[in-house]
Design a protein around this ligand. Structure first.
Ligand SMILES: NC(=O)c1ccc[n+]([C@@H]2O[C@H](COP(=O)([O-])OP(=O)(O)OC[C@H]3O[C@@H](n4cnc5c(N)ncnc54)[C@H](O)[C@@H]3O)[C@@H](O)[C@H]2O)c1
Length: 399
């Protein structure tokens, strides 16, 4: 019988799909969240954000009576398993906000009872799991503590939760065994690590991706500076050449995880992480660099510029830490007017994509939403992603 489970932070981007997946596997799941608006939406059967395939799965879980959302923390003591999926952001110094997480864990500690399994699913600062294990050992209650990092790509959780192997770690053999039993509800493919290595594995994975994006973005900037087409070079060198299979295209590397996790790793290593810090400079500098290139051949001061896509990535409705906003800031200082559009991000100041096509003098692609593929532009388009169909006039790269 799947365990009665409470997901703390259960109406968030990680907690909600995970809670739905456990409910689909037969567990009775309570989603605890401090965000009353999201709790209301979930109980009404509406996803508070876009997650492909989740609407139907949420409806099924609610109809079966296996899922409910609440702001009432009493559900913590009623559960057999408590899974933590609250946010773990960095502060204005790019240091992890460890105290916020600690406070949340202290609140939780007073509600937990002996015999429960506590699973950390949030991406935590290395050492956090061992600290929690020690705190519970010294001050109780006697719970089993596990750390099982989330590795889904936002938007695709309800596919990937069943397809990706789960990394499992714990403070005792019992914690590991129980965490394995829990995640076996989703997949038989489990990989065990000690807690410190599991924490580093999660950070390494996101950092590796972030650094790889920076490599492509740096090479894009070099190509651009010397009048070469990065996309054409990329297509040539990856064609039937498996050694470069993982060479990503250029593009904005924004969002709530990649930079944050790279900086967590830097913080953990006493801010000595030159590769990660260089990656940050390249990726975060890309919006301004694109505008600088355009300015070499064009006076932007009388132009209406437009940004196509404000979410942090394509086919997604999440604007958190999207580099499109950084681009908007740069363009606002340079241009007469800046238009923003996004079919998924609700903002009354945004215009339609048709208005962008009609009114903009120059267009920047900010997020690769599938809806943009069919648009046809007469004006120059800066498409760092090489996402839009190629144009015969080749005005895509250089405005
Ligand atoms: N978003 C992703 O794709 C993704 C992928 C892998 C890992 N992660 C990690 O998962 C964690 C959560 O990220 P997210 O994107 O789901 O964040 P999120 O902000 O979407 O969700 C967090 C939820 O926790 C709630 N919350 C905050 N404090 C709470 C508390 N004390 N009690 C109850 N609820 C509380 C918030 O209201 C919110 O709904 C982070 O550590 C993140 O790094 C995220």
């Amino acid at each position: 019988m799947p365990p009665r489970t409470t997901v703390v932070g259960g109406c968030g981007h990680v907690g909600l799909p995970l809670g739905i997946a456990f409910a689909e596997a037969g567990a009775a799941v309570t989603l605890l969240d401090t965000h009353a608006g999201r709790v209301g939406e979930v109980n009404a059967g509406r996803m508070p954000f876009l997650e492909w395939g989740a609407d139907a799965a949420l409806a099924r879980a609610l109809d079966a009576g296996r899922l409910t959302a609440t702001t009432d923390a009493d559900c913590v003591s009623a559960a057999e398993v408590v899974v933590v999926t609250i946010g773990t952001p960095v502060d204005e110094f790019l240091d992890p906000k460890v105290r916020t997480f600690d406070r949340a864990m202290d609140d939780l500690r007073h509600r937990l009872r002996p015999g429960q399994l506590l699973v950390l699913r949030s991406t935590v600062y290395p050492g956090m799991t061992e600290r929690l294990i020690a705190r519970f050992r010294d001050s109780g209650p006697a719970v089993d503590v596990a750390f099982c990092p989330e590795r889904i790509a936002q938007g695709y959780a309800l596919k990937e939760l069943y397809e990706l192997p789960q990394i499992v770690s714990g403070g005792s053999p019992a914690a590991v065994r129980r965490a394995k039993d829990l995640f076996r509800l989703l997949t038989p493919d489990l990989v065990e690590l000690p807690p410190r290595e599991a924490e580093l594995a999660k950070l390494f994975a996101n950092t590796y991706r972030y650094v790889n994006f920076a490599v492509s973005n740096q090479l894009y900037l070099i190509a651009q500076r010397h009048g070469a087409d990065f996309a054409r070079i990329h297509a040539a060198v990856t064609h039937k050449y498996p050694r470069l299979g993982g060479f990503p295209k250029a593009g904005f590397a924004g969002g709530p995880c990649l930079l944050k996790d790279t900086m967590q790793l830097a913080g953990f290593n006493h801010n000595s992480f030159p590769l990660g810090q260089a990656a940050m400079m390249v990726n975060e500098g890309l919006p301004a660099a694109l505008v600088d290139f355009v300015k070499q051949t064009r006076d932007l001061s009388r132009d209406t510029a437009a940004i196509l896509g404000m979410a942090f990535k394509g086919n997604c409705d999440d604007p958190r830490d999207s580099l499109s906003y950084k681009l908007r800031k740069v363009l606002t200082l340079e241009c007469r007017e800046v238009l923003c559009t996004d079919p998924y991000v609700a903002d009354p100041s945004f215009v339609t994509a048709d208005e962008v096509v009609r009114r903009a003098d120059v267009v920047f692609v900010g997020a690769c939403h599938a809806e943009y593929k069919h648009l046809r532009f007469r004006q120059p388009v800066i498409d760092v992603f090489d996402f839009l169909p190629a144009r015969p006039d080749a005005a895509r790269q250089a405005a």
